[in-house]
Design a protein around this ligand. Sequence first.
Ligand SMILES: [Ca+2]
Length: 189
Amino acid sequence: MVSFIDQSTGTGPLTYAWDFQNDGIVDSTLKNPVYQYAAAGTYTVNLTVKNAVDKDTEVKVGYITVSAAPVAPVAAFSATPRSGPAPLNVAFTDASTGTGPLTYAWDFQNDGIVDSTLKNPVYQYAAAGTYTVNLTVKNAVDKDTEVKVGYITVSAAPVARWQHFQQHPGPARHPSMLPSLMLQLELDH
Ligand SMILES: [Ca+2]
């Protein structure tokens, strides 16, 4: 909402033709009008005054600037990788929207303790487990939280363990029953 104040001079009576966007369409014939700009943009204002003698126009280029209304944030993110053995380094990528600047509060275990305030953090999960990730974003308008339950799965670190055992010799009726030495690799999880 903008109040315009006439400062024209000349012998009265004066008539007024205000064009608040300089689009050629007169918007008001009041001396001191009030106009509401609905959309964001930069506007040139045109005032033409007349009296019995003549008319005169003043054009103020880019005189009014209307900024967009700020938009509330919506939190969103992804991560990669989402599973693997400990220790697992996970890169988180913010995909939140809303009018900036946005601030970030990442809680990588959803334990209530903020672990990073970066936009795109990397976090190392040291212990095996399934983790819920919580991102809260804020701007001047509002805040929003996205919680992804069980989003990251960290398995125990692999431990290579060689075992060997020998079958007891027995009646050889079939090749599979023959004594043999076997090696087995186990991956503990
Ligand atoms: Ca935390």
